[in-house]
Design a protein around this ligand. Structure first.
Ligand SMILES: *[C@@H]1O[C@H](CO)[C@@H](O)[C@H](O)[C@H]1NC(C)=O
Length: 416
């Protein structure tokens, strides 16, 4: 059951959405007594996981781009664009698939045990801003549309200015973008660079480097527009000075390189601004080792903004086949979830989850489900880090846990 306080919050949200959706009819609502509204809410507000119009985690949907008065602390935004892929298309349907697969997450039933919070019922106002209507006909225009949309949404006032983590992101909303192919990260980074006024640290989960110099695709036909593609995102971003060369990291790599040597790895240039963690490394150092390597590289500093860019192809295609550029030998869903949980302390100011291409997924929606779960974990960490005080959870021990762990270690107890 929801607490009374939360019912009031939800009721407030409902009133807001009614009034913003129908502000031109406001006079029609004036005579409706509050008791009647409360009765309807009591009767019909509680949904089932399989009911309702598809929004991310049943969150309220607002067309944020159309209404500058809409505020939020965290917003989901879809970027259904896949005109910049090098292999399979279809990621324009990613936002729809991820939203549909997120249906088992409802705000009222999403307590996250590892974090000891329900991210949807905590301090943050989280909404689904819908999709950016991106043209499929002109990539130069698409690039600009995305930049303008990310800048618009990322520059809004937050809903709870006093809440949040503190540091450089205080008072700034956080966007989580559902892709779309990976090219969408370039306009997102341009917008973040503008908003934060400094290079952004990129934590990049992917089978591929995505730092390819665009001439490596086809030097003869290289063009200014061809630079905007899903494999050159971080090359271009680095050349534009948008990303930090000293704290960014790739994780989950297992790509083949171009040419006859390892030049993609060793040539000097913007490609080298990343620390590389390979998919195989997990066998040697374990999840914990991967987490430590990331945290040591990226650093936990509330004044250094981090963008988390998650290409679903970091997972093995046996688990997540519904993607544009599959590479065998990837991580499992469980491993990736644990890595995300392990890096919860990073100062993530924005994130994307890209390259979900549902046409190649199975009927069981495994790829989209994995993506929806990753978004849940990222939102959880954003909310948890902004919650004042230590809320505990699996990775932030609660009072008494240390003693219990000691007893387990001494064999006095079987488990925690
Ligand atoms: C990172 O390195 C590239 C290539 O040397 C350079 O163009 C870019 O400006 C650097 N970025 C920053 C933020 O220093």
């Amino acid at each position: 059951m929801l607490s009374k306080a939360w019912k009031n919050v939800l009721f407030g949200l409902l009133l807001c959405s009614l009034s913003s959706a129908h502000s031109h009819h406001d006079h029609e609502h004036e005579d409706i007594p509050i008791e009647r509204r409360q009765e309807l809410l009591a009767k019909w507000e509680q949904e089932f996981t399989f009911t309702g119009i598809s929004t991310f985690a049943h969150l309220p949907h607002v067309k944020c781009l159309l209404d500058p008065s809409v505020t939020y602390d965290i917003a989901i935004i879809g970027a259904p664009f896949d005109n910049a892929v090098s292999y399979r298309p279809g990621a324009r349907f990613g936002p729809r698939a991820i939203r549909a697969a997120s249906a088992r997450q409802m705000p009222a039933t999403s307590y996250n045990t590892r974090a000891a919070i329900n991210p949807y019922l905590n301090w943050a106002k989280i909404i689904d801003c819908g999709d950016i209507p991106i043209t499929p006909f002109d990539n130069a225009v698409a690039e600009r549309q995305m930049y303008e949309a990310f800048l618009e949404l990322g520059s809004r006032k937050v809903h709870n200015p006093a809440a949040g983590r503190g540091g450089i992101s205080q008072g700034k909303p956080k966007l989580i973008t559902l892709g779309g192919d990976h090219s969408i990260a370039l306009p997102a980074l341009r917008a973040l660079y503008k908003i934060y006024g400094k290079p952004i640290t990129v934590l990049h989960f992917d089978a591929h480097l995505d730092t390819w110099n665009p001439v490596r695709y086809n030097a003869y036909w290289a063009s200014a527009q061809a630079r905007f593609n899903h494999g050159s995102v971080f090359h271009v971003a680095s050349q534009e000075g948008l990303i930090s060369n000293t704290s960014s990291a790739h994780a989950g790599l297992r790509t083949r390189l171009t040419g006859v040597d390892d030049g993609d790895y060793t040539n000097p240039g913007p490609e080298q601004g990343f620390l590389r963690i390979h998919a195989d490394d997990i066998d040697d150092v374990g999840v914990k080792g991967v987490v430590e390597t990331i945290v040591n590289r990226v650093g936990i500093d509330e004044d250094e903004p981090v963008y988390l860019s998650l290409d679903i192809d970091v997972l093995d295609p046996s688990i997540a086949p519904g993607t544009g550029t599959p590479e065998p030998g990837g991580w499992t869903t469980r491993e990736l979830i644990r890595i995300l949980r392990g890096v919860e302390g990073l100062n993530i100011v924005g994130a994307d989850i890209v390259e979900v291409s549902p046409a190649y997924d199975s009927n069981a929606e495994g790829t989209a489900l994995a993506a929806a779960q990753m978004v849940f974990e990222i939102i959880t960490s954003m909310v948890k880090m902004g919650a004042k005080g230590d809320v505990g959870g699996w990775y932030g021990r609660k009072e008494g846990d240390v003693e219990k762990e000691q007893e387990v270690a001494e064999g006095k107890k079987d488990e925690l």
